[in-house]
Write a protein that binds this ligand. Structure first.
Ligand SMILES: [Zn+2]
Length: 151
């Protein structure tokens, strides 16, 4: 059943400046109104070799069994069944599948590891490890600009 609004929106963070924004759920990429950088917002499946400095996606990245990624990866959720060498920042869940071979510092709100996966590097897990998420809190949960006043 369709919702009350015509197009679904979702909240994301700019992968360059961490500014929060609302985008159409089906958008493939957007331009950040704050820093004007392009933000990839469609889910990505990596099936081959990728070597770049940064690989940021404001959505899910899946590195399949044949995927080999040398990059600093940032994703909303990250599934790995292949190779990742480099930093990983995952706002949601990092899922290391059976064939995952990950080397590098990793931060994620949640971690799921299947038997057989390997992960070598410093690891920080928990929503508090992802300070970027603070920007996604609803406005009324943000720290007030000025707390002084009517106590
Ligand atoms: Zn930005």
């Amino acid at each position: 059943m369709p919702g009350p609004t015509e197009s679904r929106e979702r909240r994301i963070l700019c992968t360059s400046c961490n500014a929060p924004m609302s985008i159409a759920a089906e958008a493939k990429s957007v331009s950040c109104p704050t820093c004007h950088q392009r933000v990839v917002t469609e889910a990505v499946v990596v099936k081959g070799y990728v070597a770049v400095r940064r690989y940021p996606v404001a959505n899910r990245i899946s590195i399949t069994k044949k995927g080999i990624v040398y990059a600093a990866v940032r994703a909303d959720d990250l599934d790995i069944d292949g190779v990742l060498q480099g930093e990983a920042v995952v706002l949601g869940t990092l899922h290391l599948k059976k064939h995952a071979r990950v080397t590098g510092p990793v931060r994620a709100s949640y971690l799921r590891v299947d038997k057989g996966a390997s992960l070598v590097g410093p690891v920080r897990i928990g929503p508090e490890a992802i300070e970027e998420l603070d920007a996604l809190l609803p406005a009324d949960m943000q720290p007030a600009e000025s707390d002084v006043g009517d106590a």
